[in-house]
Design a protein around this ligand. Structure first.
Ligand SMILES: C[S@@+](CC[C@H](N)C(=O)[O-])C[C@H]1O[C@@H](n2cnc3c(N)ncnc32)[C@H](O)[C@@H]1O
Length: 329
């Protein structure tokens, strides 16, 4: 069923309620009591974390954003022509700066109807919704503040051919099995005739990759350490943030980046909301993110295993990054 588009209308729906503080609490309880401490990366993106991520995207070492933008600028007209998209449902939309390239191409093709940003960061969804509604005449925006692993059933029915951008290499945050499961679940979101537009960072010289996550200005370190501020604030914890260091390295066997926080000295942390005390030994690490890098074979394998056909693979001249257009097989 197609949903009629109300021109120029803006609405934002939030699915992160009081219960979702529990998601952080549950993840922290699980993650900090494991033999190897670990937390999922979505908790990095509170309002400050989202601002810090935007700052990372501007850094000279952080090649993914400008490379993905270049690929989109080169091929947006082709993507819009092939898909006939009238609506974009963007997963992990963040501040959606590159999305403008797609919206511009849809406007030029006369098919611009609706934009549906989906993100856990309420501040970014609200600000993008207002901004794009003002900037693009006639565009209807239906913002979703939610977790793309749990809330995609709340998306509105398609308003016509749908394009689902999942950009920035965010898919690389999933370990391989969950990645395929997640991609498999996107079939319902694409609807009949819909397309996925998937941005993935490619395997390359490890020095280039490691430099992108260890920038000389220390912004990625602040982004990573911000997670401890989030836990201190939300769960009444007393992490001594200054006693942790940012660590990022490329795991050559698994071909992914690991971001970790390393305790520089022994620390006992009290988490009031969980009635929990957690010990960190000196030099113990907490894993905060993995970011998988892809080969074309890995990409094809993941898409095929998820029941998706690769329609076109766009890359840059140096093959740093790839944007794949795919649809249900
Ligand atoms: C790596 S950033 C990419 C942002 C933007 N798409 C880009 O390409 O620059 C990841 C984005 O996904 C969001 N995010 C991470 N995990 C999420 C989840 N489970 N559900 C919804 N959004 C999530 C973050 O808030 C952030 O905006």
């Amino acid at each position: 069923m197609m949903e009629p588009i109300l021109e120029g209308a803006v609405e934002v729906h939030s699915y992160l309620g009081p219960g979702d503080e529990r998601t952080l609490a549950d993840d922290v309880l699980d993650g900090l009591t494991r033999p190897l401490k670990e937390l999922p990366p979505k908790h990095l993106y509170d309002a400050r974390g989202s601002q810090l991520f935007d700052a990372i995207c501007e850094l000279p070492e952080y090649y993914p954003t400008r490379t993905e933008r270049l690929i989109l600028e080169t091929h947006a007209d082709d993507i819009v022509a092939r898909t006939g998209a009238v609506e974009l449902v963007e997963l992990g939309s963040g501040s959606a700066t590159k999305t403008r390239v797609l919206l511009d191409a849809m406007a030029a093709a006369g098919t611009l109807g609706r934009y549906v940003p989906v993100d856990v960061s309420a501040t970014t969804v609200h600000s993008v919704a207002e901004l794009f509604c003002d900037e693009y005449r006639g565009l209807s925006v239906y913002g979703v503040v939610g977790d793309f692993e749990r809330h995609l059933a709340h998306l509105p029915p398609p308003a016509g051919p749908r394009l689902v951008p999942f950009l920035g290499g965010t898919i690389g945050n999933f370990p391989p099995g969950s990645r395929r499961r997640f991609l498999r679940g996107l079939g319902k979101v694409l609807g009949s005739g819909g397309h996925l537009l998937l941005g993935t960072d490619l395997v390359k010289d490890p020095r280039v990759i490691e430099a992108a996550y260890n920038d000389s200005a220390g912004v990625t370190a602040q982004f990573n350490l911000n997670l401890l501020h989030v836990i201190n604030r939300e769960l009444g914890a007393n992490f001594d943030v200054d006693a942790f260091e940012h660590v990022a390295f490329f795991d050559r066997q698994r071909e992914w980046i690991e971001m970790r926080l390393l305790a520089t000295e022994p620390q006992r942390v009290r988490l009031e909301a969980l009635d929990l005390e957690v010990e960190f030994a000196a030099r113990e690490e907490l894993r905060t993110e993995i970011s998988a890098k892809f080969t074309i074979e890995r990409l094809r394998g993941d898409l095929a295993a998820a029941g998706l056909d690769l329609v076109e693979l766009y890359t840059d001249p140096d093959e740093l990054f790839a944007v794949s257009l795919a649809r249900c097989a």
